[in-house]
Design a binder for this molecule. Structure first.
Ligand code: F6P
Length: 322
C-alpha cells in the first residue's frame, strides 16, 4: 500500500534549489491526495515535533530563493539509536508513513537508519559539492559553479590589471568537481583537486613559466577547499615565480543566491519522483540522475557506491590551461 501521509525535510548544508525540491514534494503529494508535513531544521524537527502541515500555498514564491525555507541542521542527537527511535515515534504519532530527505550523504545515512526503524524514506541529493556517488548531479551544483565562475571573472579583472596571479579557493571538501569545472570555465592556469595529487614545481611553477614565455602576464589558479593551504600556496607561488600573488577564499557566497534554471528543473523532477515512489509503496530509495534521466537506487546500495572522478575532463583542463 502506498504512503498516505508524508513529511519532507532538508538536512546538512543548504543548497540553491532545495526550495524547488521542497515545493515539488508538497505540490505532488497534495495533488495525489496525500497529506504532507514540512519538517523544520532537518532531523531536529522530527526529534522535537517541529513540523507543520502544508497546503498548496505553503510553498508559493520560494522556488527562486536560495537557502531552504524549511531551514536545515546537522543533528548529532539524531545520529544515535535513541535519536532515530525518537524520530520514528514522531512519525508514528503523526501517522507519517513516508519521509523525503533532501540533503547529502550524511543525511542519507540518517534516512537509511530511519528506514530501518520502520519509516520508509526517500533521499533526494541536495548539495553544491556534487559529491554523491550514485548520482551524476546534485541540486545546487550548477548554481554554485555559476556563482564561483562569476566571482572568478571579477577577480580576473583586477588580476589582469596588476599582472598578478590570483589563487582562488572554491568549495568542495572531498570533491574537486566545482574546482575542475570553474577552472575550465575561467581559463585557470592550474586547477588543484583533492582527487589528484599535484607537484608544485611541475603543475604550477613550470606551467606558469611556460605561459609567461609565450607572453602571458596574469594567472588564475583554482584550488578546491579539500586541497587546503591556499594562503601558503599563494605565498609560495609568489616566491618561486616572482609574480605578485593574492589569495581569495570564495567560501559561503557559493552556497547562496537564486538557483539556476537547471537546479530548479532538476529539483522539481526529483521532488516529483520521490513522491511518486512513496505513493506506489516504494521506500528506502535515493533519487538520482543518470545522464539526463531521473532514476532511483536502494539507499544502502547507493551509500556503498564508489565516487568516480572525471579524469578525462581533468586531462582536458590541463591541456587547455597554458
Ligand atoms: O557540503 C557542502 C559544503 O558547502 C562543503 O563544500 C563545505 O566544505 C561545507 O559544506 C561547509 O560546511 P559549513 O557550512 O557547515 O561550514
Amino acid at each position: 500500500m502506498g504512503s498516505k501521509c508524508i513529511a519532507v525535510l532538508t538536512s546538512g548544508g543548504d543548497a540553491p534549489g532545495m526550495n524547488a525540491a521542497f515545493r515539488a514534494v508538497v505540490r505532488s503529494a497534495l495533488s495525489f491526495g496525500m497529506k504532507v508535513y514540512g519538517v523544520k531544521r532537518g532531523y531536529n524537527g522530527l526529534l522535537h515535533g517541529d513540523l507543520e502541515e502544508m497546503s498548496m500555498r505553503s510553498v508559493s514564491n520560494i522556488m527562486q530563493h536560495g537557502g531552504t525555507a524549511l531551514f536545515t541542521a546537522r543533528s548529532p542527537e539524531f545520529n544515535t539509536p535513541e535519536g532515530v527511535q525518537k524520530a520514528a515515534a514522531t512519525c508514528r504519532e503523526k501517522q507519517i508513513d513516508g519521509v523525503v530527505v533532501i540533503g547529502g550523504d550524511g543525511s542519507f545515512r540518517g534516512a537509511r537508519d530511519l528506514c530501518e526503524a520502520g519509516v520508509p524514506c526517500i533521499g533526494i541529493p541536495g548539495t553544491i559539492d556534487n559529491d554523491i556517488a550514485c548520482t551524476d548531479y546534485t541540486i545546487g551544483y550548477d548554481t554554485a559553479m555559476n556563482t564561483a565562475m562569476e566571482m572568478i571573472d571579477r577577480i580576473r579583472d583586477t588580476t589582469e590589471s596588476h599582472d598578478r596571479c590570483s589563487v582562488v579557493e572554491v568549495m568542495g571538501r572531498h570533491c574537486g568537481d566545482i574546482a575542475l569545472n570553474t577552472g575550465i570555465a575561467t581559463g585557470a592556469i592550474a586547477t588543484l583537486v583533492p582527487e589528484v595529487p599535484f607537484d608544485f614545481q611541475k603543475d604550477i611553477v613550470d606551467r606558469m613559466k611556460a605561459a609567461q614565455a609565450t607572453g602571458k602576464k596574469h594567472y588564475i589558479v583554482v584550488v578546491a577547499e579539500g586541497v587546503g593551504h591556499t594562503q601558503e600556496l599563494t605565498e609560495r607561488i609568489q616566491k618561486e615565480t616572482g609574480i605578485e600573488s593574492r589569495a581569495t577564499v570564495l567560501g559561503h557566497v557559493q552556497r547562496g543566491g537564486s538557483p539556476t534554471l537547471r537546479d530548479r528543473v532538476v529539483a522539481s523532477r526529483m521532488g516529483y519522483h520521490a513522491v511518486d515512489l512513496l505513493r506506489n509503496g516504494i521506500g528506502n530509495r535515493v533519487v538520482a540522475m543518470k545522464g539526463e534521466d531521473i532514476v532511483d537506487y536502494d539507499i544502502t546500495e547507493a551509500l556503498s557506491m564508489p565516487r568516480v572522478f572525471d579524469e578525462t575532463l581533468y586531462r582536458i583542463s590541463a591541456k587547455l590551461s597554458i
